[in-house]
Design a protein around this ligand. Structure first.
Ligand SMILES: [Zn+2]
Length: 512
């Protein structure tokens, strides 16, 4: 292609997974390196960078990448800060999109319809040249495949290691891990594990064991808090790692659309990997089983039949130890306290009514923030939705075109222009294309649906929030509790020693 000079370019920066791994190995900030390389390239070729879009999140889909959305929008406008845009520069083409077919399509469409040039130090892609477009399509497809393969290889490697008795997951309490990934007993922690099992066999409950370890000042596994949780004890008593076994693949992690991971238990035990005699056991099978039996025999605490007096029941947690907070009723009116149920916790209590007031005020703030956000969200989501809809229109046209072509070749066969061989060849070819279009069309439509749904969830939560604010004060504690549960997921309370009663923090997490 002809050499183009003095291009006004937008710079797009994004870290890949491999970059994150390299950074973890201490290879320095990747994006800073990319920025320097691109600056040098631009200088050398006499181009200008008129805007920089740096993705801080590492999502693969356009929906998860706010900077990409902004950039695509700018490309559609054709101008950035009053300057005409000629194209985009990035370190390699797959920074733009390693997402699904739809995302690929959206990006390519945007480049093509706006005649934007893609510059990478290795190659310049001009969408007006058909050959280049093929390149772009091919390479991004390869990048996606390679990405999937790396992923699969990683997963296979982990399963393989687990099958060989190596510890590839989280380091279990009581052990240390050598370079060979084999577990060895931790000198102090392994003793604590044995003590926990002994105490369980002696008939102590999980809570008693946890409190006793806290009293003895034994550091907790996480080290973040100094109070042992009974759930930690429960997990230790059930973990077969202490028998010298390695287990892997009992949970499955998948990416959520809105970020974070979704953890799912794998129920099919044939898919688990279990390796016995993988490392030195801390507990004998006999002790393990007896401890398990002892825990099972214990009867769970009986629930009293009295009605709930705490509107926050099972909703509010201690910011220090994670235990629930309880309401301590006082004879004197309005002097009820809210205190941590852990007897050794350092979190200071306060007047119940102060927390209740704070909660209501926080919910009011949420309400106004929410109404505002819903308005803004509309603006934020709109560009992507427009792009998707535009893509759907293009694809629908392609679908019709392909149908026409298919009809045509039937005619050509009947008229004797095509031989049967030629006819079959063309039919297969068209079929492949039609399938591709159909597939992409389906996922495009699904994406649009999902966006509408996301918006709906927020809108739907709004009336629940308003309902809580309007009716809360008219209800009994038990009904207040029910009402709060329609909107509040949890609350976390903390007050430091030596502060005033109202100088506490209350974090409220909504269930939307
Ligand atoms: Zn506490």
């Amino acid at each position: 292609m002809s050499l183009k000079l003095h291009l006004n370019l937008l710079e797009y920066l994004r870290k890949s997974r491999e970059d994150l791994a390299a950074e973890a190995r201490g290879e320095g900030d990747t994006l800073a390196k990319h920025r320097r390389a691109l600056a040098a390239y631009v200088d050398q070729h006499g181009h200008s960078i008129i805007g920089v879009f740096e993705e801080v999140v590492s999502g693969e889909r356009i929906v998860d990448r706010p900077e990409m959305q902004k950039m695509l929008h700018a490309l559609n406008e054709g101008k950035y800060n009053g300057k005409k845009i000629d194209g985009v520069i990035c370190i390699d083409e797959y920074r733009l999109g390693r997402g699904n077919m739809i995302d690929q399509g959206i990006i390519q469409d945007t480049f093509k319809t706006n005649k934007m040039i893609l510059v990478t130090p290795r190659k310049v892609y001009d969408p007006e040249s058909e050959l280049d477009e093929e390149w772009f399509e091919f390479e991004s497809f390869m990048a996606r495949r390679e990405f999937k393969m790396i992923n699969r290889r990683l997963q296979r490697g982990r399963r393989q290691s687990a099958a060989e008795g190596k510890c590839v997951g989280k380091l279990p309490y009581g052990y240390i891990k050598g370079k060979d990934l084999v577990l060895r007993p931790h000198p102090e922690e392994s003793r604590i594990v044995k003590i926990i099992f002994d105490w369980a066999v002696e008939g102590m409950g999980r809570k008693v064991i946890a409190n006793k370890l806290t009293d003895l000042g034994v550091p907790t596994p996480s080290g973040k808090i100094d109070v042992w949780q009974q759930t930690t004890i429960k997990k230790i008593l059930a973990n077969r790692v202490y028998l010298g076994e390695v287990e892997f693949g009992k949970s499955k992690y998948s990416k959520k659309d809105l970020g974070g991971y979704h953890v799912e238990k794998v129920h099919d035990s044939s898919k688990w990997i279990r390796k016995e005699n993988a490392h030195e056991p801390l507990i004998s099978v006999e002790l393990f089983d007896r401890a398990g039996d002892a825990v099972k025999r214990r009867i769970p605490p009986i629930k009293s039949g009295s009605p709930i007096s705490n509107p926050f029941a099972s909703l509010i947690k201690c910011g220090v130890c994670g235990y629930s907070l309880r309401r301590q009723i006082h004879k004197q009116n309005n002097a009820d306290r809210l205190i941590c149920s852990h007897y050794k916790c350092k979190n200071r209590s306060t007047n119940f009514i102060l927390v209740e007031d704070r909660l209501i005020r926080t919910l009011q703030k949420f309400l106004s923030g929410f109404e505002l956000e819903l308005g803004q969200n509309q603006v934020k989501i709109q560009p992507t939705k427009e792009l998707l809809n535009a893509r759907i229109v293009t694809l629908e046209k392609q679908e019709i075109d392909l149908k026409k072509q298919s009809d045509n070749i039937h005619d050509l066969l009947e008229q004797g222009v095509y031989t049967v061989e030629k006819f079959l060849e063309r039919t297969t070819d068209l079929q492949v294309k039609a399938n591709k279009v159909k597939e992409e069309l389906e996922s495009c439509r699904k994406d649009v649906e999902r966006m509408i749904e996301m918006d709906y969830h927020k809108k739907e939560a709004l009336p629940r929030l308003i309902n809580v604010l309007n009716t809360y004060h008219t209800l009994s504690p038990e009904d207040r509790n029910k009402l709060l549960k329609t909107i509040v997921q949890k609350m976390v309370y903390f007050r430091a020693e030596g502060t005033r009663l109202d100088e506490f923090s209350l974090e409220v997490f909504l269930d939307v």
